[in-house]
Design a binder for this molecule. Structure first.
Ligand SMILES: Nc1ncnc2c1ncn2[C@@H]1O[C@H](COP(=O)(O)OP(=O)(O)OP(=O)(O)O)[C@@H](O)[C@H]1O
Ligand SMILES: [Mg+2]
Length: 365
């Protein structure tokens, strides 16, 4: 029987655990053309959730068509425009008809050799950017006249890093008139996104309803994993799943990886989990070393301190000295930069975003 678990890409369908409320909410917002800012730290399941919603929207009435636009790796306005133009191929399968609508734009269509999907790219002179942006988004809006649309901009925080003057303002100006489109702005790097949408000085101020993505509950993981294991005739104890969720600090990607590996085991036991954890740590080791080597001495010390203490009482003199800090302000600076690098998150206390990286750092001291 095929392994139902998956951890290398987004998941939908059977491999997707729960998030019933989130799916219901996002479907409702899509059907009622509300904009949403969906955010969480890395690998929490944003992309999976939006794909699951897109999948469900194909079957529920009133029908909403979806355009998923991944902005990961986009560096400037030109990349953004290309991403929007390519996204249009998801709602207009007849490339010729699409190109006809783009008359006046200097565009070329091709098939992406990696994804085998059609892509469209425009050759734009710097001064033409505003015009191209507006045209691309207007074509998108023209489809929403016939049909409600959901448009997802994934990794939207990248937009804040574009160097083009006034880009956010221009983008807002066009899309705020789109009555029949629900935009989901999704991404990590919470500090960038919150600043974009919550600061009165920024163009996207109050443009979308804030939707932080929370952890999936333990009971949901238990129900979901047990159902899938039953298909194989295996009755898996709740304790085993609780143990996995705890080891992974609720991170869905690692939970999937544990379950994927456990599916292959002859016996389901805590000993098997120890072996899986060891193999995950071994497989990640090289990546962790690369990441570790990119950090400053103070950042490394801060991580060591967090790994040792779990984040409690880290500013105490004894704790600071235990890793060689002379003052709390140096620690504070290191922690702030680690949050910016998305290595830590701050929910009251500082926590590692990556549960296995934390274990690896613990193993160093
Ligand atoms: N609802 C879910 N049920 C089960 N597993 C999930 C779920 N959501 C995410 N995952 C697991 O977590 C992994 C990461 O999910 P996904 O890529 O959707 O997260 P993300 O928040 O978009 O990450 P990034 O911030 O890196 O873009 C998936 O490969 C999958 O293994
Ligand atoms: Mg993602």
């Amino acid at each position: 029987m095929e392994n139902p678990f998956s951890y290398s890409d987004y998941v939908i369908g059977k491999a997707f655990c729960n998030r019933d409320k989130e799916q219901k909410d996002l479907i409702y917002y899509a059907q009622n053309s509300q904009n949403v800012l969906l955010y969480s730290h890395r690998r929490m399941g944003k992309t999976s959730l939006v794909h699951q919603v897109i999948h469900r929207l194909k079957k529920v009435k009133p029908l909403v068509k979806s355009v998923y636009i991944d902005l990961y790796g986009s560096l400037d306005e030109n990349d953004f425009i290309d991403a929007v133009l390519s996204g249009l191929t998801q709602i207009e399968t007849k490339l010729e008809r699409l190109l006809n609508q783009m008359a006046g734009l200097k565009v070329a269509a091709s098939i992406d050799p990696v994804t085998s999907l059609p892509t469209v790219s425009a050759s734009i002179k710097p001064r033409e950017k505003p015009e191209y942006l507006e045209k691309a988004l207007t074509i998108l809006a023209s489809y929403s006249k016939k049909q409600k649309l959901l448009v997802v901009f994934d990794e939207f925080q990248e937009v804040a890093k574009y160097s083009e003057e006034g880009f956010e303002k221009r983008l807002r100006k066009v899309i705020q008139g789109h009555r029949n489109i629900s935009y989901i702005f999704s991404g990590s790097q919470k500090h960038i996104l919150i600043e974009m949408f919550d600061s009165a000085k920024r163009a996207f101020y109050k443009m979308a309803r804030s939707y932080p993505l929370e952890n999936i509950g333990l009971q949901d993981y238990i129900r979901w994993a047990r159902t899938l294991f039953k298909k194989k005739g295996v009755n898996i104890d709740k304790e085993i799943i609780s143990d996995i969720v705890e080891r992974c600090n609720c991170q869905p990607m690692y939970i999937q990886q544990f379950l994927f590996d456990l599916w292959r085991c002859d016996t389901v036991s805590l000993t098997a989990l120890d072996a899986i954890e060891k193999s995950i740590l071994t497989s990640q080791r090289d990546q962790f070393i690369v990441l570790w080597n990119l950090l400053t001495q103070n950042q490394k010390k801060a991580l060591r301190l967090l790994a040792q203490t779990g984040g409690q009482g880290i500013y105490g003199a004894e704790q600071l000295q235990s890793v060689g800090f002379n003052s709390g302000s140096v620690l504070q600076r290191a922690l702030t930069s680690l949050v910016e690098k998305e290595i830590l998150s701050r929910n009251g206390i500082f926590e590692f975003q990556d549960a296995m990286f934390k274990k690896w750092v613990q193993s160093l001291s």
